[in-house]
Ligand binder design. Structure first.
Ligand SMILES: Cc1cc2nc3c(=O)[nH]c(=O)nc-3n(C[C@H](O)[C@H](O)[C@H](O)COP(=O)(O)O)c2cc1C
Length: 340
């Protein structure tokens, strides 16, 4: 069975099923462009506050919403707690022409939860349903009917696992795809994700299901596709550590083989991202913003085995990276380390 395949999300046709997840603080426009260049078939903005968008559509949210130059198809992810306000925010996305609007029903961060948004929506499935309805209506009226999708968790905690109910209500309200990250809100990002929830959801829904959780290597993606029958896999921390995971996975799925990335290749991606970002924000701001990305891509990416993932002497290297303020400084640090 060919596991690399096209995906239809409502009217949206995607040529492949390797997605880049929303990752707040990492998956900005420049990073998404790198991942698309490596073969990501679909990409998501990080979560964008519906309230901020309504309050000031020309304000700081603009930087989060911009499509990358090579990003032929992308989704904007919104978070909010009030269905009418999220619908109103979706209508304001018209100038950005998103190919899909995703509703965040998984964010575990207290600041988001206490407003009733993110994973808190799973404690209130009827609100989630109305939010989907309002967003679908806004999309029909203002976004040319771009599909509305929902990204959710397994539930709030282990005693209230209700992804099946939430997904049934969301798809009944018009959601064209559900992405499931099968951890509970209480688990945060720790422990292991429970892929059996993804397989179960696939068996219950007629709309496609995308799977997220613990995807670090091409083999992980292959196994999730095979074991769960999900339509697409969504890389998150695995892509941050190694954007080449998209081309590697495609290679594994299409031809049965893949080659681990050399440290130089991951670092080259980070330099390309830095240069793109510097074009948007100026060199100093971009250099400071890129510290965590450079650190992430010098750590083990989960490719180990076979290649150990991280860079030898990485800890000392990262002590220098967290102080870099210019592109030249980054170059010097890697030159001194004998890399790149
Ligand atoms: C730092 C960080 C930021 C994240 N930001 C978002 C976000 O903005 N929206 C969202 O739906 N999920 C977000 N996620 C969740 C990821 O999209 C993904 O579902 C989760 O990390 C599980 O995948 P992984 O185990 O392969 O990393 C974030 C995860 C991390 C670690």
């Amino acid at each position: 069975m060919n596991l690399y395949r096209s995906v239809s999300i409502g009217p949206l046709e995607l040529p492949g099923n390797l997605f880049l997840a929303p990752v707040a603080g990492f998956s900005g426009r420049a990073f998404r462009m790198i991942c698309v260049g490596e073969g990501a078939n679909f990409s998501y903005t990080e979560l964008v506050s519906a309230e901020s968008l309504i309050r000031n559509p020309a304000g700081p949210v603009k930087a989060l919403l911009r499509r990358g130059d090579n990003e032929r198809r992308y989704a904007v992810q919104l978070f909010g707690s009030d269905p009418l306000r999220v619908g109103q925010a979706a209508a304001l996305l018209a100038p950005w022409r998103p190919d899909a609007v995703d509703i965040n029903a998984g964010c575990p961060v207290p600041k988001v939860i206490k407003t009733g948004a993110g994973a808190a929506l799973m404690r209130n499935p009827s609100v989630l349903g109305r939010m989907v309805e309002e967003t679908v209506r806004a999309s029909r009226e203002c976004l040319g009917g771009a599909p509305v999708t929902v990204k959710m968790r397994s539930g709030w905690d282990s005693s209230s696992v209700n992804y099946a109910e939430c997904a049934r209500i969301a798809s009944g309200a018009g959601a064209a795809m559900i992405c499931l990250h099968p951890r509970t809100r209480v688990q945060g990002y720790g422990g292991k994700s429970d892929w059996s929830h993804i397989a179960d959801l696939v068996s219950r829904l007629s709309v496609p299901v995308a799977g997220s959780g613990d995807l670090y290597t091409p083999q992980d993606a292959e196994r999730m596709l095979r074991e769960t029958g999900c339509a697409a896999v969504m890389f998150a921390r695995g892509a941050v550590a190694n954007p080449l995971v998209f081309s590697q996975t495609r290679s594994l799925l299409v031809s049965g083989g893949w080659r681990p990335a050399a440290p130089e290749e991951k670092i080259r991606c980070a330099f390309r991202q830095l240069e793109l970002l510097a074009g948007e924000t100026g060199e100093r701001v971009a250099s400071i913003m890129m510290r965590k990305q450079f650190c992430a891509c010098t750590k083990g990416s989960g490719e180990s085995p076979p290649d150990g993932g991280g860079i030898p002497g990485g800890a000392a290297l990262r002590n220098r990276l967290v102080h870099a303020e210019t592109i030249a400084e980054y170059r010097r640090i890697f030159h001194d380390a004998g890399i790149g």
